[in-house]
Design a protein around this ligand. Structure first.
Ligand code: MGD
Ligand code: MGD
Ligand code: SF4
Ligand code: MO
Length: 718
């Protein structure tokens, strides 16, 4: 039995909880009968989500938990790595073996040769994995945020604007939605946008594709992929030229306005029209509409995960600032966690959980991307592509062992073949997962993880503001465990082998960690267990509070970037593909966007769930009807996509007049669990087989492009 909390039995009944399948954190009601979750759905009375929910919660969370393919016991490989042959072992055997192998790698190559991989700091498993690695003495953990929200996070930090998740859509007069398809990605946000529109608020959408938000927008701007910063610079140009900016806010709270004004002077709407393909009159109208305010900037992944991503966000963050939309009802509000409460990122940065600076400086990638990796880094994580490189080359220092949990790197990192090569080259790989994934197939030991219905999490969302509880509703299936019950006993064993630096992960159960997170906030675990959430009084950040930057102001001009020899002002960075020679552009006439979200999948999750596969049986490539017709391609045809500088994969055509004629869009995360091990189709229909992870990299975040590359398509067999 799991000791994840002090509930020895978990009773039947109906409970308020929070869905933890994604970071939308929807309030849920769960009905438990006979120790099994029999119903999981929205909680209409929830202060954060107000009844918003999605099928991944309703079907996906129970689907993962009661999956016939669920990994229920630890296993050791029974053939060569990747052979797909496994034998069941006990937890003691699994943990002893991991400890032996880690100790050996540590002795031979040093602690930093052991690397962790998780998704990001929104989930406790990531904090636990990072602190486990740090306890071993390794500062190296990979997070997938370079492919996700890392550019936004870094711009927010550099600019001194902690406004992510602080979009006050409920009170706005104008929402500026950029690279965000909330309709699929976030039902809570989508409900708010629709409600705002209904009450007469304006909606400006910037997206190359005709997404549902574009269909209900006041203005829809359709830039060439990867050129958004020019739109933001030109909107600032209009605001400054027409004196529509907020002089008081600029005077009292911004640093470097004159330099910014000089920069945007050269980005007139006419210039931006040339760079982006958006008509200049539309840019002017959008700027004036946005300037009337209060306006809120709602941003998404469509402008993140790019080699110019931080600069793009810097431009939009500067626009939000000079228009005075910061800390103003209906604008973008600064976020802070309740007094006494900690979130995972806080803990990651607390001195008592950190390694000595000289060790953190050895984090892989810290030399090139110091604001991303290492002691000054945002989540203190590594630069992933450099880690993959280190696995293969031993440079800058050897990486010989991997512990991956809550991440499916083989499917979700670009350049699948190279990731496989890297995993194969390691001395030891352990993976914790809910089922055998293409990543787990390359492990020596796999460990069964609990799901969102079986483990307890505590978190905070600014809307409300609300402290949320995800309940451990039912006993874990089989012998699955939460991360902390893997990490703590593993550290005990490593300690017995004199193989840890210091215990930087002090908790032994999820409950202990959660009590620690609640701290002396006044919200207790008992109160949360009684109600499922605790709504706190509104706590707006006053504008008079200094901004978290060197100057205490919003840094339009960044002294931090200047010191690093990087462009201190928001600017336009020409997309890489524009610089490709004419003959290459002729051979690869299309531009590809990857990562369109699907309602029934969460990245690589749920691909063996019948309800999901029924809705979306194949990975699709959306293409404009005229472009398809020119190549004699019809809806439903299978095509081979070849990405310039990358590889190939197979996708199925979906004709859509919502696409720009020269842009094809696809999803991500595809594999077919029923297909043979080890790759389960991930070398065939997964777009990341066709993408390169070799750069160019954003000079600040180290992100590489997962959209905007040149490509060509050709019909192929199904
Ligand atoms: N159902 C479901 N929901 C999810 C997820 C899931 O897998 N499934 N994943 C979750 C996660 S981790 C994330 S990060 C979010 C991501 O969700 P979003 O933040 O919505 O990001 P994307 O779906 O990648 O892209 C959003 C839009 O960006 C547009 N876009 C592409 N290129 C550009 C460009 O150059 N400029 C502009 N302005 N727009 C562009 C695309 O056309 C698309 O409409 O979704 C979350 N929600
Ligand atoms: N080409 C391309 N690549 C992309 C993207 C893109 O748009 N295009 N998007 C990127 C983005 S935004 C993201 S966030 C990443 C996502 O990348 P991943 O985080 O790798 O995606 P998931 O499929 O959600 O992987 C989670 C895996 O962890 C396992 N798991 C183990 N423990 C737990 C647990 O406690 N809880 C849960 N829920 N799962 C657990 C699940 O079973 C699942 O196999 O992909 C990135 N990769
Ligand atoms: S959007 Fe869906 S998966 Fe995400 S928290 Fe809400 S119900 Fe769960
Ligand atoms: Mo993401």
């Amino acid at each position: 039995m799991s000791a994840s909390d002090d509930q020895m039995t978990r009773p039947d009944g109906t409970f308020t909880t929070t869905c933890w399948e994604c970071s939308a954190y929807c309030g849920a009601l769960a009905r438990v009968e006979g120790g099994r979750v029999v119903e999981y759905g929205p909680n209409a009375d929830h202060p954060h989500s107000a009844g918003a929910f999605c099928v991944k919660g309703i079907r996906g969370a129970p689907g993962l938990t009661y999956n016939p393919n669920r990994l229920l016991y630890p296993h050791r490989r029974a053939g060569p790595r990747g052979s797909g042959r496994w034998v069941r072992i006990s937890w003691d055997e699994a943990l002893d073996e991991i400890a032996d192998r880690f100790a050996e790698v540590r002795r031979t190559h040093g602690p930093e040769a052991i690397v962790g991989a998780t998704s990001g700091a929104a989930f406790s498993r990531s904090l636990v994995t990072a602190l486990m690695l740090r306890s071993i003495g390794s500062p190296n953990w990979m997070i997938n945020q370079d492919l996700c929200g890392g550019c936004r996070a870094l711009s927010a930090r550099i600019t001194g604007l902690p406004i992510t998740r602080g979009e006050d859509i409920d009170n706005t007069r104008c929402a500026l939605v950029v690279g965000r398809n909330s309709h699929v990605a976030d039902p809570v946000e989508w409900a708010k946008i629709k409600a705002a529109r209904k009450r007469g608020a304006d909606l400006i959408v910037i997206d190359p594709k005709r997404i549902p938000a574009a269909e209900i927008s006041s203005i829809w701007m359709r830039p060439r992929v990867g050129t958004d910063s020019a739109l933001a610079l030109a909107m600032m140009h209009v605001l400054i030229e027409e004196k529509l900016y907020d002089r008081e806010f600029v005077r009292d709270h911004c640093h470097g306005f004159d330099e910014l004004a000089a920069r945007v002077a050269s980005y007139s709407p006419v210039t931006a029209a040339t760079l982006t393909g958006v008509p200049s009159s539309m840019i002017v109208d959008a700027a004036r509409m946005y300037a009337r305010g209060p306006s809120t900037f709602v941003s998404g992944h469509g402008i993140d995960a790019a080699s110019n991503g931080v600069q793009t966000f810097r431009a939009f963050h500067a626009l939000a600032a000079i228009s005075g939309n910061i800390d103003r009802p209906g604008g973008n509000l600064r976020q802070r966690v309740p007094k006494g409460f900690s979130n995972y990122i806080d803990l990651l940065h607390r001195p008592e959980h950190r390694l000595p600076r000289e060790i953190e400086e050895r984090t892989i990638g810290a030399d090139r991307f110091p604001l991303w990796a290492g002691p000054r880094g945002w989540q203190t994580a590594c630069h992933n592509p450099t880690v993959i490189e280190a696995m293969l080359t031993g440079k800058p220092h050897p990486v010989r062992a991997l512990y991956a949990s809550g991440v499916n790197i083989l499917v979700t990192y670009p350049d699948t073949r190279r990731t496989i090569e890297a995993l194969r080259s390691l001395d030891f790989v352990a993976v914790a997962a809910h089922q055998m994934t293409p990543t787990a197939e390359w492990a020596d030991i796999v460990l069964p993880k609990t799901t969102t219905l079986e483990e307890e999490e505590v978190s905070f969302v600014p809307s409300g503001p609300t402290v949320l509880l995800t309940r451990a509703l039912v006993q874990p299936q089989g012998e699955s465990r939460p991360e902390i019950e893997i990490a703590a006993p593993l550290l005990d064993r490593l300690e017995a082998r004199q193989s840890i630096a210091s215990r930087l992960l002090p908790w032994r159960s999820q409950r202990e960690l959660n009590v620690h997170l609640l701290g002396d906030s006044g919200v207790t675990i008992d109160r949360l267990l009684a109600a499922g959430f605790v709504q706190l009084p509104p706590d707006p950040v006053p504008r008079s509070l200094p901004f978290p930057s060197e100057t205490g102001r919003v840094e339009l001009h960044s002294p931090v970037l200047e010191k690093l020899g990087l462009d201190p002002l928001p600017g336009f960075v020409v997309p890489e593909r524009d610089g490709r020679p004419a003959d290459v552009r002729a051979r690869f006439p299309l531009t590809i966007v990857t990562g369109d979200r699907e309602k029934t999948y969460h990245h690589s999750r749920f691909h063996d769930q019948p309800w999901a596969v029924k809705v979306s049986p194949d990975p699709r490539l959306a293409i404009h009807p005229a472009t398809a017709a020119a190549q004699g391609i019809s809806d439903g045809d299978w095509v081979e996509v070849e990405v310039e500088g990358g590889g190939r994969c197979r996708l199925r055509i979906k004709i859509s007049d919502g696409q720009p004629p020269d842009v094809v869009s696809t999803g991500m995360g595809w594999w077919r669990p029923a297909e043979p091990a080890p790759d389960h189709g991930a070398l065939d229909i997964n777009i990341n087989v066709a993408l390169s992870y070799a750069g160019p990299y954003d000079p600040i975040s180290g992100s590489s492009d997962i959209r905007g590359q040149l490509c060509r398509i050709e019909r192929c067999a199904s």
